[in-house]
Design a protein around this ligand. Structure first.
Ligand code: ADP
Ligand code: MG
Length: 421
């Protein structure tokens, strides 16, 4: 997949709409809002410095939080602009509105190499509806769009997709790196390719699991997502977390247990062979789990062997909260043989020490493996940061939903306008 790049165009004196995802968490410092975690900003700095060095007029556009289409004081862009100002050591202007005459006036007074923010793109109801006239208003502020907001490229929003109808869009350096890494994963991974999927919301992950089962040599499933697969395989999951299938069935027409069953029927019997000829199913589910009656306070944990039937008359109010030691050993063995590893989603409720062993062991095993490791997902990143392993991997994706949709084989609407066909 080739994209039109920011490097291919003349930027001098051009008004560049720099679409990024600076949807950063905020906190109060001495009564004022400030950026609590600037990792999303850091990702785009190479492109920003490049734009400055090429003497473009840089108009930054991002959404912040969920203001529901109207101005919300606590979600104004000012704290993000102040933070960026400190990082780049140059003045960063803000416009009082996203579009309109005031924004236009400020932008027309900009000199080459200067940086300004337009206000939160979601302060207008047209943003999330990809409203054409709102997109046209944003586009009228600039000559070209440089898209470095990979994490929002799965959204059909006015400042992501709509704008590209009116002015050309090219890819920023961070976005290109992200696409390159994920593209390699799906088209030419070094084998065996082992995908590991965990976490809570199966609705976000099922399409990626389905596609990865065809591309990867095996998909190791853990976390809350595994409960759907266990249930589909006839295991009693007792009171374990299950995404509300009824609500989601209405919303999306999918029953995830049925879907998991379909995937298992197709893929469970297909096996990859690893070193020493251990057969590994294409979709592997936990063999044992750590269970407890509650997550907080004092709780007694127990290990349940899911293969031995005598362990299956357990108390109804037990929840499966982590993968067990047999599963850890098995998954670690597979990971150690991998040429490529992709991991999204914790193996258990890693926030609680009693249920963090699975996630930590898998995180360590991936860090140790000689294979190329690519990770993604907000909570997965929180977990590796907690275990101080953040810098032990080849690539940590800055996006969640967009990464999963890419790996599900879907065309991302925010990427399509930049493709060299
Ligand atoms: P990511 O952000 O990495 O994509 P998710 O948002 O899908 O991951 O899921 C992360 C959450 O899943 C964590 O808060 C974790 O506590 C929870 N989780 C993991 N395993 C289980 C489980 N067995 N039961 C309930 N929740 C779980
Ligand atoms: Mg998450």
């Amino acid at each position: 997949m080739r994209l039109k790049s920011v490097k291919d165009i003349n930027l001098k004196g051009k008004r560049v709409l720099f679409r990024v995802d600076y949807n950063t968490p905020l906190k109060k410092v001495r009564g004022k809002l400030a950026v609590a975690d600037d990792s999303r900003i850091q990702l785009t700095l190479p492109t920003l410095h490049y734009l400055i060095s090429k003497k473009a007029k840089i108009i930054i556009a991002t959404h912040l939080g969920r203001p529901d289409g109207k101005p919300v004081k606590s979600l104004k862009i000012t704290p993000v602009a102040r933070h960026l100002e400190k990082i780049i050591g140059q003045k960063v202007t803000t416009t009082p509105s996203t579009t309109g005459p005031q924004a236009k006036k400020i932008i027309s007074a900009m000199n080459p190499g200067e940086v300004a923010f337009i206000e939160n793109t979601r302060f207008h109801p047209g943003e999330t509806k990809n409203n054409a006239s709102y997109a046209k208003q944003i586009a009228s502020l600039a000559d070209i769009i440089v898209n470095d907001g990979f994490a929002v490229c799965h959204r059909v929003h006015a400042s992501v997709v709509g704008v590209s109808k009116y002015i050309p869009m090219v890819a920023g350096l961070y976005l290109m790196l992200e696409v390159k890494m994920l593209n390699k994963l799906t088209t030419s991974p070094k084998r065996p390719f082992v995908a590991i999927i965990g976490g809570a919301k199966i609705s976000d992950k099922v399409a990626a699991i389905s596609n990865l089962a065809q591309i990867a040599d095996t998909v190791l499933v853990g976390g809350g997502v595994a409960n759907n697969f266990l249930k589909a395989g006839g295991v009693d999951v007792l009171s374990s977390y299950m995404q509300d299938v009824v609500a989601d069935e209405k919303k999306r027409g999918v029953d995830f247990v049925k879907f998991a069953k379909k995937l298992l029927d197709i893929f469970h019997r297909q096996r990859m062979l690893v070193h020493k000829f251990i057969p590994v199913p294409r979709i592997a589910v936990p063999l044992d789990v750590i269970a407890a009656k509650k997550m907080d306070g004092y709780h007694q944990t127990s290990r349940i062997n899911l293969i031995k039937s005598e362990d299956n008359h357990c108390t109804k109010n037990l929840m499966y909260l982590d993968i067990g030691k047999t599963t850890i050993k098995f998954y670690k063995q597979v990971i150690s043989q991998a040429g490529t590893i992709f991991w999204n989603g914790p193996m258990g409720v890693f926030e609680k020490d009693a249920f963090s062993r699975g996630t930590k062991s898998i995180a360590k095993a991936i860090a140790k493996s000689k294979g190329t490791s690519i990770l993604g997902g907000g909570d997965t990143i929180a977990a590796i940061s907690k275990f101080k392993l953040r810098h032990k991997y080849d690539y940590v994706s800055g996006a969640g939903g967009a990464t999963l949709e890419f790996l599900a084989g879907k065309k991302l609407p925010g990427i399509e306008p930049m493709r060299v066909k």
